[in-house]
Design a protein around this ligand. Structure first.
Ligand SMILES: *Cc1c(COP(=O)(O)O)cnc(C)c1O
Length: 469
């Protein structure tokens, strides 16, 4: 029986020919056909019956042919979503990157002298203007910035870190591992919940390279807790001639405290404590491309630039162009053009108006395809900044709650749309938060809902919801 079922499967070539009308390139069709046949053989081997092999191959072809990363609509309400590429670039920043990518540029050329130029000087100048720092540097990401800072200033020596700050940021960034890779020796002080000034002072010895403060970024400590503020840590270190470095993680170059964000997110204020170096990401609260920014004293930063590892960690020209545009926008006072900053600052009334518009348009789509019993209600919601920046911080927001269809199935159908939409399932509804929507997203949402409901009319959404959904 099983060998008969195997023999009944089409050959790769026949399956590819059957899918030819889909218009996908031949490498896609071949890969998709192989994958679908392999899955069918596995099903047969496990005693099951293969499903529609051709439909499976077509679905696989669509997945393979899609440009990756592909655009999605972030309706989760999480402004800096790690899984969706953190900050969206401003259109001007994206254009700057595209220009740098698609032609020659003066990346390392001085147009005035006709000689060699410095690729980093323009962003370093802007970073200094924005922060008041003497020295500034941009590398590939914050992990690289921290690693470079440790290696350049403390290689082979001891680095003192609070036990409450030996954190993991999203799987691959673990503070003890970064320290090990930087070839420094970790000296842990304090306890998980409480670290005092004396703990640091006692740990400083002849072999101390630096004191490191790490922002906890993705969790909160409450209750019987104590940590040493940065300014105090700087005083302790400098009293004994030991430099102090902060891994701030998510830093902004504009003061966002008026929008309720904690003061430590403002990188220039951290620098004002006298800390030797502050490291933070370009694609978190700064609202720019992936990058690792370092602000600090002229000599402390120059040591990083000179280090041989700097070349391996350097920022590419696309990101550099996008970063330069973003920094110029901040200097111009055009922070509302930067999506991350605009989303954080947007008044609730404006978000609510967008949610009402969305509910209205989605209702029209549902009526247009003849879908009955689907409800679109504008309801209060909570956005978060996300991206390992400010744990526990919420921004009042507004969402469209969709009811009348199994929410998990509707969520899956919206993810399968031409422009996939990702919302949040809670309380038997699918929630689409309006705060994190970008220009053009309303149209994409209409298209996604139409595709989902049309699929539903063909049966995909009418089957029972799986247990636990
Ligand atoms: C996010 C974060 C990092 C890593 O930043 P990347 O730019 O992704 O390398 C490092 N440290 C802290 C405290 C963070 O929050």
């Amino acid at each position: 029986m099983s060998s008969d079922a195997r023999r009944a499967l089409p050959s790769v070539d026949r399956l590819v020919r059957a899918l030819d009308a889909s218009g996908h390139p031949s490498w896609v069709l071949k890969q998709a056909a192989r994958g679908a046949l392999e899955a069918a053989r596995t099903q047969i081997a496990e005693g099951g019956a293969p499903g529609d092999v051709e439909a499976d191959a077509l679905a696989r072809a669509q997945g393979l042919a899609r440009p990756r990363p592909t655009r999605v609509v972030n309706a989760t309400g999480v402004v800096i979503h790690t899984n969706f590429g953190r900050s969206a670039l401003a259109p001007g920043a994206a254009e700057a990157a595209a220009r740098a990518a698609s032609g020659y540029s003066d990346l390392e050329f001085d147009l005035a002298t006709g000689g060699r130029g410095d690729r980093l000087a323009p962003v370093a100048d802007k970073l200094r203007l924005l922060s008041g720092a003497e020295g500034a540097l941009a590398v590939n990401n914050a992990a690289a910035a921290v690693m470079l800072a440790l290696r350049a200033h403390a290689r082979g020596r001891e680095v003192v870190v609070s036990r409450g700050e030996l954190v993991e940021i999203g799987g691959s960034f673990r503070v003890p591992d970064i320290l090990a890779q930087a070839d420094v020796r970790l000296v842990e002080v304090g306890t998980t919940n409480r670290t005092r000034a004396e703990d640091y002072a006692r740990a400083i010895g002849p072999n101390t390279g630096l004191l490191l403060k790490v922002h906890r970024s993705n969790f909160e400590q409450r209750g019987f807790v104590a940590e040493v503020p940065l300014a105090e840590l700087v005083a302790i270190g400098h009293a004994q001639g030991v430099p102090v470095v902060e891994d701030l993680g998510s830093g902004s170059l504009v003061d966002l405290t008026a929008h309720g964000l904690p003061p430590e997110t403002h990188a220039p204020s951290r620098l004002a404590t006298g800390v030797d170096l502050v490291c933070f990401s370009g694609d978190k609260l700064l609202g720019g491309p992936q990058a690792g920014l370092v602000l600090g004293g002229a000599e402390a930063v120059a040591a990083l630039r000179r280090h041989p590892l700097a070349r391996a960690l350097r920022l590419d020209k696309l990101s550099l162009a996008a970063l330069d545009w973003t920094l110029a926008a901040l200097l111009d006072g055009r922070s509302d053009e930067i999506p991350t900053l605009r989303m954080i600052a947007e008044p609730l009334a404006d978000v609510e108006a967008r949610a009402r518009e969305l509910a209205k348009r989605l209702g029209e789509v549902a009526r247009g395809v003849g879908a009955r019993g689907v409800e679109f209600a504008v309801e209060p919601s909570q956005s978060t900044v996300g991206g390992g920046s400010i744990p526990g911080f919420e921004i009042p927001s507004a969402a469209v709650a969709i009811r009348g269809r199994p929410p998990q199935k509707l969520a899956a159908a919206l993810r399968a749309a031409p422009v996939p939409v990702i919302g949040r399932v809670a309380d038997q509804a699918l929630w689409l938060d309006a705060r994190t929507l970008l220009p053009g997203d309303l149209e994409a949402l209409e298209g996604a809902l139409r595709a989902a409901l049309e699929g539903a009319l063909r049966g995909a959404l009418t089957a029972p919801e799986p247990a636990g959904a």
